[in-house]
Design a protein around this ligand. Structure first.
Ligand SMILES: Cc1cc2nc3c(=O)[nH]c(=O)nc-3n(C[C@H](O)[C@H](O)[C@H](O)COP(=O)(O)OP(=O)(O)OC[C@H]3O[C@@H](n4cnc5c(N)ncnc54)[C@H](O)[C@@H]3O)c2cc1C
Length: 476
């Protein structure tokens, strides 16, 4: 027997092993579930590297539910993590206390020509489909490569335009008009650039540290009907980067990203450029391709087929293997525009097929700095280049049960590679992957924003209950 301080009653040893009692929780619109299967289902993320089983799982039906549970957990010092699709790879959204399954909040409240107000648990793909079906046709200005991610999840990390945006737009965090947030004190707040701007800035790209986003008013822009996609292949680093730099500056090109593989694979680089258009007109292929070194493969597809092209590719892999359960020690960093080329040249000297894996990918995404307007996510120091690039080594194990050394080897690679990236190339972490970080690393990461971020944490989550998985403020 022992005394349960939370439930204020005597419990058996077996009961104590299951954690705090949630018996005193006020009535909720949604559900608080405590059964083993529901808790086990949220005990890891897409990385399958870190496992923490929570004591309880909230399936909210309102922001009020989240507020009630955060107040309860704060009073009883239980850690709380919001969870979208859990597509981070190193336990960022895990908790041994309470996990909030935000996907239960998934409504579109309004959709007009300029904005949509949505619940934070909605998937981007559902919003894109609805906005495209709107008359007149609309789209979010920036969309991640994979779109079965939640609005709240990508707004908490940044949301780089992996398939739409980046050249002429910011990230998803740059196109938010207003948020509804439940803070770590359990207060439900509306915030924007003009209202509680400190909360707005701390929450966008804020990794769930100061509040749980429950609703967002998102910018929408006109959507074109067609996408002309140009794919060019390279084995030479210098030639590839010359064409990449030409295409990101070229009028008429709306989106660019690149894939890379280990140097023993041909081609080493694939460059994807896209121009959106409304028929009967079309992009001027000759103008777009002028001066490039490689011959393109050209495809004309519908706008939504383009937006969902990565989703389709991932679903195809899912039909072949249990992709969600493969181990994914991902490495994701920002590079300044002036060093990215030397960086890739250096990486190519050591990258092996095992570093990516049959179901993984190496990716490069350009972002024009002028459109990145928010303090977070952190970008590299200004270096005179108008561009910053995200470089991903999205390693995926070939089997569900890779050899015992695989995880340690890849985490060690990430640790070493990140140190080199930061010290020699001015790189900065994009915190969706699996790079082990100490609280000192986080302080360095936030740099001159650290004291502002810490002040927001103290103000909006004074009990330090929110989102412990990253270890930014001392737990992890
Ligand atoms: C195939 C694939 C492609 C991708 N492509 C891109 C890309 O093109 N661009 C890009 O930027 N990223 C990309 N990502 C990374 C992706 O943005 C992150 O993994 C993101 O976290 C996914 O959203 P999610 O809904 O899974 O969030 P989760 O992983 O569930 O959450 C992310 C973090 O935010 C917290 N959180 C979740 N919801 C909320 C909320 N409502 N309020 C406050 N905090 C919250 C969580 O606790 C966690 O710490 C890709 C990922 C995959 C798997």
């Amino acid at each position: 027997m022992g005394f349960d301080l939370l439930g204020r009653r005597w419990v058996t040893e077996a009961e104590a092993a299951t954690g705090p009692s949630f018996a005193g929780v006020p009535e909720l619109d949604g559900e608080l579930v405590l059964d083993g299967a529901s808790r086990a289902a949220v005990a890891t993320d897409l990385g399958n590297l870190v496992h923490h089983t929570p004591y309880a799982v909230l399936r909210p039906r309102s922001a009020r539910d989240i507020a009630v549970m955060i107040r309860f957990c704060r009073a009883h010092r239980i850690a709380v993590s919001p969870r979208g699709q859990a597509h981070t790879t190193y336990g960022q959204g895990l908790s041994t206390g309470l996990v909030i399954e935000n996907r239960y909040l998934d409504r579109i409240h309004s959709l007009g020509p300029r904005t949509a107000e949505v619940d934070a648990g909605i998937l981007w793909k559902d919003l894109v489909t609805a906005a495209y079906g709107h008359s007149p046709r609309r789209t979010p200005p920036a969309l991640t490569g994979y779109t079965a991610l939640t609005v709240g999840g990508t707004l908490s990390v940044g949301g780089i335009g992996g398939i739409v945006g980046g050249l002429r737009t910011g990230m998803q965090v740059d196109h938010v008009h207003e948020l509804e947030v439940v803070t770590g004190t359990g207060a439900i707040e509306r915030c924007s650039r003009h209202r509680k701007s400190d909360l707005f800035e701390a929450v966008l790209g804020g990794l769930g540290q100061c509040g749980v986003i429950t609703k967002a008013v998102l910018e929408l822009v006109p959507a074109e009907q067609r996408a002309r996609a140009y794919t060019l292949s390279y084995d030479d680093n210098t030639v590839f980067f010359r064409d990449l730099r030409t295409l990101i500056e070229r009028p008429g090109v709306d989106h660019v990203y690149a894939e890379f593989s280990s140097p023993d694979t041909t081609p080493t680089y694939k460059l994807h450029a896209t121009a959106f258009y409304d028929p009967p007109g079309g992009p001027d292929d000759r103008a777009i391709l002028k001066g490039l070194s490689a011959a393109p493969d050209i495809q004309d597809i519908g706008y939504l087929d383009h937006v969902f092209s990565i989703d389709t590719a991932i679903d195809t892999v899912r039909e072949m293997v249990n992709w969600d359960r493969l181990v994914k020690p991902w490495f994701d960093v920002w590079l300044p525009g002036s060093t990215v080329e030397d960086y890739l040249a250096e990486i190519m000297r050591t990258l092996t097929p095992r570093d990516i894996g049959a179901y993984g990918a190496g990716l490069i995404y350009p972002q024009r700095r002028a459109h990145a307007t928010r303090p977070f996510p952190r970008l590299p120091e200004q270096d005179g280049s108008p561009w910053a690039f995200v470089v991903d080594i999205n390693t995926v194990s070939d089997t569900l049960d890779p050899d015992p050394g695989f995880v340690e080897e890849m985490l060690d690679r990430n640790r070493r590679l990140f140190a080199r990236t930061r010290e020699h190339f001015g790189g900065v972490l994009y915190p969706i992957g699996s790079v082990p970080f100490t609280s000192r690393d986080w302080r360095t990461h936030y740099g001159d924003e650290w004291s502002t971020f810490r002040a927001a944490k103290r103000r909006y989550d004074p009990g330090n209950v929110l989102t412990p998985g990253l270890g930014i403020f001392g737990h992890g």
